[in-house]
Design a protein around this ligand. Structure first.
Ligand code: ATP
Length: 411
């Protein structure tokens, strides 16, 4: 049974919040090894239940308001055990607020939260089986790398052989053995982030929360660490919940992604699902590039609808989800730039007459801006090594759009 908080914040939770904040005044505190010092208290209240839950985290209609801002406006989602799950969205959409609520650093106004099948809202941060890695690293400056990592284990008064064994094994895993004796001020940003990660996983949390952990790093290092994080997660089998506003990062690392906007989950799915079947205009634009148009329903034959658009009449092949939408009269349509052809296309495609306005050669691809009537299309052609298309601004061109490559969108 869920233990939801409804309506007004209960006095218990308010006093809990005050105690929590008083005890852990900064983000630093939650990732502080001291948080993990009470490992015995970290165990879920019903370990049997936790062991059997296939879901690592369950959020049920979580809301959180700051003044007039709905940071979370009813977020429900489940994170499966052992998955790499990402909260993705633009700045201010509520990602960090949700992560902080899961970590126990903040409480929702209403809704329910379970971690490992156990009600988590009544538990303070230090009793939840989670650890957090912050963008700011939050390392103890006066301790060496190995001491930073071992600190939490020492606070649990574990036997010293055990501490050395676990600390060494985690340093090997995160490839920081050569840095063991250095202090944080002798490390680069990427090295500090590895140490913060090692310190978080040495406590073997059920869920690791990563708040933009790669945000402060340069692009090359970011790409390297993205791969490493992914490999590490698969090796450890710990559930990762990762927050980012970088869609490339989310797409390349995650098993599933929740795309958030204005305190809500717009769509939740695998990277492929979000790219191939975006449900809303927001998701279609946020994940990859997309040409968006309004359309008017004209006729319906089998699984194809004919629509009137600023590009002219377009036939759209419907997915099962599109059938209901097609009956709404006013439609929203999306076409990915690389799913449009300027080189002939296939039989059965929509064919439009366009004019090339701009050509940008980008090595692997060429990007075209093409006008069809008064509407504008962005088209991407892969430079596959064949003869170049040889199009220039001002040229007339036949634009082919397969009906199956147009999707209907909500909102
Ligand atoms: P970013 O990517 O910029 O970190 P985010 O998606 O993580 O953004 P949140 O930090 O969760 O967004 O903030 C969601 C909304 O709630 C924002 O409008 C933010 O200004 C507001 N907010 C968050 N924390 C507070 C607070 N303590 N007091 C007042 N407003 C807050």
């Amino acid at each position: 049974m869920w233990l939801p908080i409804k309506g007004a914040r209960s006095p218990f939770l308010n006093s809990q919040r005050v105690r929590l904040l008083a005890r852990w005044p900064h983000d630093f505190a939650s990732s502080s090894p001291a948080v993990s010092a009470t490992k015995s208290a970290l165990q879920p209240s019903d370990p049997k239940l936790a062991a059997h839950s296939a879901l690592a985290v369950e959020c049920q209609h979580l809301t959180r308001r700051f003044g007039k801002i709905d940071a979370l406006a009813g977020v429900s989602l489940n994170v499966r055990r052992g998955e790499f799950f990402t909260l993705l969205g633009p700045s201010g959409c509520g990602k960090t607020t949700l992560l902080r609520i899961i970590a126990g650093l903040d409480l929702p106004d209403s809704g329910g939260l379970r971690i490992g099948g156990v009600e988590a809202l009544p538990l303070p941060a230090w009793r939840r089986p989670v650890n957090t890695v912050f963008q700011s690293y939050a390392l103890f400056p006066h301790l060496s790398v190995s001491e930073n990592i071992a600190f939490g284990l020492r606070m649990q008064r574990l036997d010293s052989h055990h501490i050395v064994r676990r600390t060494t094994s985690v340093m090997e895993l995160t490839q920081i053995m050569p840095l063991a004796g250095r202090h944080p001020n002798e490390l680069s940003g990427g090295q500090k982030q590895r140490v913060a990660l090692a310190r978080a996983i040495v406590n073997e949390p059920e869920v690791l929360l990563l708040d933009e952990p790669l945000g402060a790093l340069d692009l090359k290092l970011r790409k390297e660490l993205q791969l490493e994080l992914q490999h590490l997660q698969k090796r450890l089998g710990i559930t990762f919940i990762h927050v980012t506003h970088d869609q490339d990062e989310a797409m390349s690392m995650s098993d599933r992604i929740a795309v958030m906007s204005a305190g809500r989950v717009e769509q939740l799915g695998t990277p492929e699902e979000l790219y191939e079947q975006p449900k809303t205009r927001f998701v279609a634009q946020f994940i990859g590039a997309c040409n968006l148009f309004d359309g008017k329903f004209v006729s319906h034959t089998g699984n194809t609808v004919e629509t009137e658009t600023p590009l002219g009449l377009l036939r759209v092949e419907l997915s099962a989800a599109g059938i209901d939408l097609a009956e709404q009269g006013q439609l929203s349509l999306g076409i990915r730039p690389e799913r449009i052809s300027l080189t002939g296309g296939e039989a059965g495609d929509n064919r439009l007459l366009g004019r090339v306005e701009e050509v940008i050669f980008n090595g692997a691809e060429t990007h075209y801006r093409v006008t069809v009537d008064k509407a504008e299309l962005r088209v991407t052609e892969l430079n596959s090594g064949r003869r170049a298309i040889g199009l220039f601004p001002g040229d007339s061109v036949e634009v082919s759009v397969p009906p199956r490559n147009i999707f209907l969108l909500e909102g």
